[in-house]
Design a protein around this ligand. Structure first.
Ligand code: URA
Length: 224
């Protein structure tokens, strides 16, 4: 019998195939390659960026340009490699001239693909890279306020950080994202214990006000 990870890997491959021929939104018109995502099908940590850029579109793989190199370095600071995590984006096709993804494009890609990828990988911790993946989960939330805090929503542990591309050339943001990544192992352990109920009644120490207000607000999670 196939293991759950093998089943998830097969289902993720099937989704990637669907994505590669998707024409559900206008972004498909300009793509060279769709960029479904990649990594461990049973990853503890899943990263969601914004959308493919030039190099990702050329290669069909997420985060392979300058921001990706920085992401690799950030992962290395906590002893992780790409193969240990799962990496994808809010939209799977490159927006023309790297413009921001539009709401209808984000909605379509989320409902058709991102939601299913998230359910299959079922990570202990979801790290959102930048504002687009953050606001999918927490509409209206500012990245400058939410970054570095462990948030919960409907059974999902979410840890927002700045986008590596934004942090690449701004020393202040760079220092912040490096610190936020350094905290990932601790945050992951906190999330693991919280989600398994071990510390269900305790505060987390990471932005607990925000954590509690988000958790108790009854807002609907758009991603599940
Ligand atoms: N920026 C993103 O958000 N995603 C990528 O895959 C590359 C750059």
């Amino acid at each position: 019998m196939a293991s759950p990870a093998a089943d998830a890997a097969e289902d993720l491959r099937a989704i990637a195939l669907e994505i590669s021929t998707c024409t559900e939104c206008r972004l498909s018109e300009g793509r060279t390659n769709a960029v479904p995502g990649e990594g461990a099908p049973d990853a503890d940590v899943m990263f969601i960026g914004e959308g493919p850029g030039f190099y990702e579109d050329q290669q069909g793989r997420p985060f392979v340009g300058a921001a990706g190199k920085f992401l690799d370095e950030l992962l290395a600071t906590i002893g992780l490699e790409r193969k240990d995590v799962y990496i994808t984006n809010t939209v799977k096709c490159r927006p023309p001239d790297n413009r921001d993804p539009r709401d209808d494009e984000l909605d379509t890609c989320e409902s058709l693909y991102l939601r299913r990828q998230l359910q299959l990988v079922n990570p202990t911790l979801l790290v959102t890279l930048g504002r687009f993946s953050l606001t999918r989960l927490f509409p209206g939330q500012a990245i400058s306020r939410a970054r570095g805090q462990l948030l919960y929503k409907d059974g999902l542990a979410v840890y927002p950080v700045y986008h590596p591309a934004a942090a690449l050339h701004q020393q202040r943001l760079r220092d912040v994202i490096i610190d936020d990544f350094r905290n990932i192992p601790t945050v992951l352990e906190t999330a693991r214990r919280r989600l398994t109920g071990a510390v269900a009644d305790q505060q987390d120490g990471y932005g607990s006000d925000e954590t509690d207000s988000n958790e108790s607000s009854g807002e609907q999670l758009s991603l599940l």
